[in-house]
Design a protein around this ligand. Structure first.
Ligand code: AHR
Length: 661
């Protein structure tokens, strides 16, 4: 008993010391002092097919290299365990790649010669395996033509690493003309790394192409659709916009390998497969089997934006390949096709179904316009070459679509020559929205909560288009999605929010990464073939996004914004829809801190909500094993006449919400 009292006394005196050392921070929240509107686009998502985010990830296709188009090796992803290229394979058979005479979208198919149907097997390994779930069904699609002989049936089986069968189906082959077949397989076991095996009945030559396998249970149940758990994670963020398709992938390492949206729409079998620019970008994370099937193409991106209730924000090549790679330039007098791509994209998204591109949108199943309002010119370009090209795009887009809002970019860094030059030139051109990128240390994020305080309120609006705290160094494979990075971003975001008059759009980057197929870390969402989880950084984004409010109001301490005094940061908003006042306070110190909040200007209801996101250690992370280690906890809280005193936990993000009377 005595010991316990002693402990309590010591504990109390320690706490007292803490408070004595740090003191109490008084916060004045003026509910009536509306400073600016919070744009609905304030918190959005940046999607790029990096880290297997599209092929191998969001796009639920389970067959890798479904149409034998991978340029480095058309058999990549496929194995024929009983075949030998140096023999007649009389005891099995062998497949060869054949080229269609004239189809740039789909050049290859496989011709399988079955000599002995007991011996021959064709197996697809999936994207680091195929994730299958017990009791769930998978739709198989394939195009087949009998070439010679009497192959009459194709048997299709899920197998494990010991070749045990985990589900099967078969398809009867009837025609020597190209014919589309479908079938369904139900898995009898859950496995992250299943494979799909094809065997045949009869002998002869048979041609196969576009061999696809998708879960039946996709997002919104769409056939050949998107992975449900991954879209759900995006949906839960309530993003204000979806930026796509990147990122450097827009630019390509060379111009020939840039992202060309026109090649990503229409029938999927005609979409020309392209090597992914992240395939061999980093020698420490080579991914030679990374290609873009474009099954997730521009139509699907627009559709996803609509599903998420997010503004679509496509970014287009401006005729400059990635300046970190070749930096290849289109001569100014050959820029027209690039500009035309932008003009045609607007027609594809918004044009009437009587226009050529609107007609295609209609044929793809969306007669209504997608209401595109924003278009990005170039991704992360810098220097005079960019400004020269930007001017041409701006003139052409505005001439035809004066209301279209153009997003330009200030390059890859948040300061330095490229940045200053870009900002200065774009301001001279009255650019509407400038995209800034910062991949910096957690300290940088904490120190830059005031970054936008000095930005000209009448100047261009800012899109904080790519940012993430890097625990080691930019794109280091050792970077972690740890709690220090996440709460430092939260501190910084209070600064974005406090400057909502200038900052209109923000997004963390990159968005997604496959546990085994990644090139770049940190990333906001991690997944493997069966599971996915939001990182601590995701939880921070979600907390701000789902509490974004509609109007910025002031929150001050001793008459000043709270931007790091006592290692505390704050921002506040009201929400005209829910009639709430929402105050966010980030404590980046390792000590508890008392804050006294005074909500003035309007009366509020006594009871409210306190949502706290916290973790004990800087290096804490969510993981596949413990995806909910760092998640928000909600509790009831009360105020007295608008006043309340709260002890903020060390390393915590707190959101206070009260209904306004
Ligand atoms: O997010 C990863 C990459 O970082 C993006 O593709 C590029 O825009 C930036 O350099």
């Amino acid at each position: 008993m005595i010991q316990q009292r002693l402990k309590k006394a010591i504990g109390l005196s320690l706490m007292l010391n803490v408070f004595l050392a740090v003191g109490q921070t008084d916060l004045e929240v003026d509910i009536n002092n509306k400073i600016a509107e919070i744009q609905p686009t304030m918190y959005g998502v940046f999607f790029e097919d990096i880290n297997f985010a599209a092929d191998g990830g969001l796009y639920a296709e389970m067959i890798k290299n479904r149409s034998f188009e991978f340029t480095v090796d058309p058999f990549l992803g496929w194995i024929q365990p009983n075949s030998d290229r140096h023999s007649f394979n009389n005891n099995s058979g062998i497949g060869s790649i054949v080229k269609y005479a004239d189809n740039p979208g789909n050049t290859n198919f496989i011709r399988v010669k079955v000599n002995n149907d007991q011996g021959y097997q064709l197996i697809n390994e999936g994207f680091r395996g195929m994730g299958i779930k017990e009791g769930e069904s998978y739709n198989l699609y394939l195009s087949v033509a009998k070439h010679s002989g009497n192959v009459s049936k194709i048997k299709v089986q899920f197998i494990d690493e010991n070749n045990a069968v985990l589900g099967e189906t078969s398809v009867d082959i009837t025609s020597s003309d190209w014919t589309d077949y479908t079938a369904q397989i139900t898995a009898n076991k859950t496995l992250a790394k299943a494979k799909l095996r094809f065997t045949f009945e009869g002998t002869g030559e048979i041609d196969l192409d576009m061999i696809s396998l998708f879960p039946v249970d996709t997002w919104k149940g769409r056939e050949k659709g998107l992975r449900k758990d991954l879209v759900q994670l995006l949906y839960d963020l309530d993003p204000g916009f979806l930026r796509f398709p990147g990122g450097c992938i827009v630019e390509g390492r060379t111009l020939a390998r840039r992202y060309q949206w026109k090649k990503t729409v229409g029938p999927i079998e005609n979409r020309e497969v392209l090597v992914n620019r992240w395939n061999t970008e980093f020698s420490h994370r080579l991914t030679p089997d990374y290609y873009q099937s474009f099954g997730l193409g521009f139509f699907e991106y627009f559709q996803l934006s609509e599903d998420l209730g997010a503004e679509p924000l496509p970014i287009l090549s401006c005729g400059m390949a990635c300046q970190f790679n070749s930096g290849e330039l289109v001569p100014m007098d050959e820029l027209d096709p690039y500009v035309q791509d932008a003009i045609d994209l607007i027609e594809f998204a918004n044009g009437s179904i009587d226009t050529p591109w609107g007609k295609l949108r209609n044929e793809m199943g969306h007669p209504e316009p997608f209401n595109l309002k924003y278009i990005g010119v170039g991704n992360e370009q810098w220097g005079p070459d960019y400004i020269d090209r930007y001017k041409v795009f701006e003139q052409a887009i505005k001439a035809k679509y004066p209301d279209m809002i153009i997003v330009s970019g200030s390059g890859p860094f948040p300061d330095g020559d490229y940045f200053e030059y870009g900002m200065e030139e774009l301001k001279k051109l009255n650019a509407e929205i400038i995209d800034e990128h910062y991949y910096r240390s957690p300290e940088w994020f904490r120190e830059n909560a005031t970054r936008y305080d000095s930005y000209d309120r009448k100047g261009p609006k800012i899109f904080a288009g790519e940012y993430a705290a890097q625990s080691v160094a930019i794109a280091s494979p050792e970077n972690k999605n740890n709690w220090e990075c996440a709460f430092s971003e939260a501190a910084f975001i209070t600064g974005l929010e406090r400057n909502a008059e200038v900052v209109n759009l923000t997004s963390y980057a990159p968005l997604m990464a496959h546990e085994e197929g990644w090139q770049w870390t940190p990333d906001m969402i991690w997944f493997n073939n069966l599971q996915s989880y939001g990182t601590a950084n995701y939880q921070v984004q979600k907390l701000f996004s789902t509490n974004r409010g509609t109007d910025l109001i002031s929150v001050t301490s001793a008459g000043k914004d709270l931007t790091g005094q006592n290692e505390l940061y704050a921002s506040a908003v009201t929400d005209s829809g829910t009639n709430e006042v929402i105050v966010k306070v980030v404590n980046t110190s390792n000590q508890s801190q008392e804050v006294a909040i005074n909500l003035k200007g309007k009366k509020v209801y006594k009871k409210g909500e306190l949502i706290v996101l916290k973790s004990e250690h800087l290096e804490d992370e969510n993981s596949f094993e413990n995806p909910n280690k760092i998640v928000p906890v909600t509790a009831e809280i009360q105020n007295r006449g608008g006043k309340l005193s709260v002890e903020l936990q060390p390393y915590s993000v707190s959101v206070f919400k009260f209904k306004i009377r």
